[in-house]
Structures are given as structure tokens and as C-alpha cells.
Design a protein around this ligand. Sequence first.
Ligand code: KIV
Length: 276
Amino acid sequence: MSIQKDVKRLTAPDIRARKGGEPIVMLTSYHAHTASLVDKYCDVILVGDSLGMVMHGLETTVPVTLDMMILQGHAVMRGSERALVVVDMPFGSYEASREQAFMSAARVMKETGCGAVKMEGGSRMAETIRFLVERGVPVMGHIGLTPQSINTIGSFRAQGREEADWGPIEQDAIAVAEAGAFSMVIEAVAEPLGARITKSVAIPTIGIGASATCDGQVLVLEDMLGLTARVPKFVKKYGDLGPGIEKAVADYAAEVRSRAFPGPEHVYAMKAKKPS
Ligand code: KIV
């Protein structure tokens, strides 16, 4: 017997078909609870390896493991029902060979039930992307600033701010699209370059610090909610939840200390005795 769900989850081909159409809305989520909120409004939920920095307080995404991604990917799948869930492949889980990438991606898909994976890198990852797509793994590319390369690039700096630097970034975009990725994130590039790539590739581009003309946009949820201390220029804060959370915690601590909490409404009375 099969269990039919009322809501049909979006697929990688659905997102691929949105090239040039209604903008694709994407946010990150790492938990079931935020996933259920984000799911109501977004087409794609990214379980980004930014979780290493946002959830775990790491300096970079480099130490994030496949097990960490699988654990949170599973939680996000449980919390959502409509959005396509894309899980990031963490540093060291896919770069060594096409076979390593396939085995890691297959684990992610089997153990989380997600609909696609994302991997950083342009031309250098094209052969791997093709290998995975031919074997049933939908891949979202990620070009421009690729934070997993922090130790070779030196800083989280915007890319392509001089026209002389555009060539390799454009080549990366073309290589990812031609390899069969269903979409690609373009992170922190000069605006005219983001717009030019969006015009020149046949798959949807999802900008983060790229261009308003991209086929979609993505932000890290905690950044746009005002929960992270330092955010890049490309983040617009749609909320300022930090002070609200701090106030709630301070009120709770004060009420526990003064014994105002728990009140009579938060404790259990004895059951009324049955007449004997
Ligand atoms: O890890 C992440 O959250 C990402 C987004 C910034 C695109 O890759």
C-alpha cells in the first residue's frame, strides 16, 4: 500500500524549468522547525554547510563533515513538505574523484531523502557533475566566491570586480551548465558579471551578492533574521530577532530567580479523588 501525500514536493526539473520565469526563492535551514516555516514561502531549502559557522561557531566551513550534513538534512526533510531540499556536499567529501563524489552524494540522498545536492567549483568540478547527473543525482553548482576554498583564496572577498578577471568565472558558469547541473548559485561577484552569466547560461542562476537579474536569490536564514553578529554586504536584514530572543531569555532567568515562574497555570494539580 502506498501513502499518498496531498502536497507534491518540487523537484530539480521543476526548478530547472523556471529559467527566465518567476524568481526562485531559496533560503537555508538546518532544523525541522525553521524548515516548516521556510517551506511555506520558498521553492528551495538549502541545507548549507554554512551550518558549521552559524550553528557550530566554526571560523570556516572547512571542518564540516558529511555526517553533520546528513543529520541536519534529515531534520529539514522531516520539517518540510513542498520545497525542494538541496543538501551541500561538505569539503573533502567530493573533490578527490568522481567516484568519491558519487558515493558521498548517494549517501546524502539515501539517508536524508533530499532531492538534490550542491557542490562548489566550476570547470574543475564539471566532469564530476556530469558523472553524478548521469547516475541520477541532481546537482546544483556553486561558482564565484566558493567559501570551502578559503585556505587557497585567502579571504571571503567578492570576485570579478575587474573585467580582466571575468573570463575564468564565466568559463566556470558555462562548464557547470553544460555538465548538466539543474541550477547554480553565484556567490559574491560584481553585479554586471552576475547579470551577464544569467543571460548566457541555459539553467537558472541563484544569486547571493550577485545580481537582481539572477533567476532566483538565496540568503542564510539566520543572517536575514538578524541572528548573526557579522554579515556580508549582500545580506539584507528582514528581521532583528536577536534582541527579542535575549529579552525572552533574560525575562525567564529573572522569573526563575524570583520564583514568579512557574505560575499555578504551569503546574499540575492532583486529580480529584473518586468517591469511594
Ligand atoms: O552554505 C551555504 O549556506 C551556502 C549559501 C551561502 C549559498 O552555500
